[in-house]
Design a protein around this ligand. Structure first.
Ligand code: HPA
Ligand code: ZN
Length: 356
């Protein structure tokens, strides 16, 4: 809960989440439970794995993106059967629903599961079951974005993309787009041009992590070489005035993750993020949780609150942020219309209350 009187307004806003890794919803408590159930040995040479509490405490002290990723990949090693994946995603949907989420576009990392002998069908069937349930019981629409790991060779991404299982999930509409994640700095976007070309040919949406720890040039090359329609993080865009202008003109959405950026030491505080500048320059962004179970159990509303504490935006600024997030979503025009109508009524009520 944020300190400001605007908390109920922030909660009521119809939210879209575009940057959330489903594997990042694995809490330490569930991690230990699944490790026991699936007989997965956790590291014995790291005291962080003594208990869920010690692990949660370790998560408060990530030193970098790579330090986090080390724990993220160990964590997901406890996911084995379809029910594990379903429970993981359902846990996320319940939290996000309480936060006022209407629409989610969710990342997952097939290669990290295939490498451990877990089939793509197992992962997908679990996530699909949770998505169907979220639609029915929570009225949350969602899409899946299949991500490729940039620390692995591009040939592995291509092989995974071309596999029968992934191609079938594209043909039957279960996958909406592709993304690129994991360690950024040593792995420039252009390494993955071929898989993005093939995805574009199939009519898939395209996004990529860029400008989180990597330079603004990676944002530019994601646009020129990968032909992404959206940029994940993108906060280092402020370092390049020309590119900033271009992104504003082309209305490319940045999926910003404020709490993640602080905890992974990309910035020292949320107030250091260029959100005021983005708003003033017409750069569109959405606010997202990235890996909520690893980042202080801060789900989407906590990220909205963190932004409010840092920037003290007014109702009109929040309306713009939410409107941009809705317009930048990969959902139907009908769904966007419903979210825009709700947004209008929430903002109207807030303004009425402020002037009363
Ligand atoms: N960046 C890169 N890879 C990731 C992230 C992130 O923030 N979260 C999960 N995988
Ligand atoms: Zn991410």
């Amino acid at each position: 809960m944020c300190k400001f009187g605007i908390h109920n307004f922030l909660k009521a806003l119809p939210k879209c989440e575009h940057h959330m890794h489903l594997e990042g919803a694995l809490t330490p408590a569930v991690l230990f439970k699944l490790a026991e159930k699936n007989q997965i040995a956790l590291p014995t040479d790291d005291a962080a794995f003594t208990s869920p509490e010690t692990l949660a405490e370790r998560y408060n002290h990530f030193t970098s993106l790579n330090d986090f990723l080390h724990y993220y990949y160990i964590g997901m090693s406890v996911l084995v059967d379809s029910a594990d994946y379903e429970a993981l995603a359902w846990d996320y949907f319940q939290h996000a629903s309480a936060d006022g989420l209407w629409h989610a576009e969710l990342f997952f990392d097939p290669q990290a599961h295939l490498d451990r002998g877990v089939s793509y069908e197992t992962v997908l069937s679990g996530f699909m079951a949770a998505r169907d349930r979220a639609q029915k019981e929570l009225d949350i629409s969602s899409e899946l974005i299949c991500c490729f790991l940039r620390h692995l060779p591009a040939s592995s991404a291509l092989e995974t993309f071309k596999s029968d299982a992934v191609q079938a999930s594209i043909k039957n509409g279960k996958i909406t787009g592709i993304g690129l994640d994991s360690s950024e700095a040593p792995f420039p976007p252009e390494l993955f041009t071929e898989v993005y070309e093939q995805a574009q040919a199939l009519g898939l949406r395209r996004t990529a992590h860029a400008g989180e720890e990597g330079p603004p040039a990676y944002i530019e090359r994601s646009l020129t070489d990968l032909k992404v329609e959206r940029v994940d993080h993108g906060i280092r865009l402020v370092e390049d005035a020309n590119l900033l202008q271009q992104i504003a003109e082309r209305q490319v959405l940045l999926t910003v993750c404020p709490v993640s950026n602080v905890l992974l030491r990309c910035v020292s505080s949320v107030s250091e993020l260029p959100l005021r500048k983005f708003l003033d320059m017409g750069v569109r962004f959405s606010i997202n949780s990235d890996d909520p179970a690893y980042f202080g159990t801060n789900y989407i509303l906590d990220n909205y609150c963190a932004v409010q504490e840092a920037f003290n935006f007014g109702a009109a600024e929040w309306e713009k942020i939410c409107e941009n997030a809705i317009h930048g979503s990969w959902c139907s025009a009908e769904r966007k219309g419903a979210m825009l109508a709700k947004l209008k009524s929430v903002v109207r009520d807030q303004l009425a209350m402020e002037t009363a």
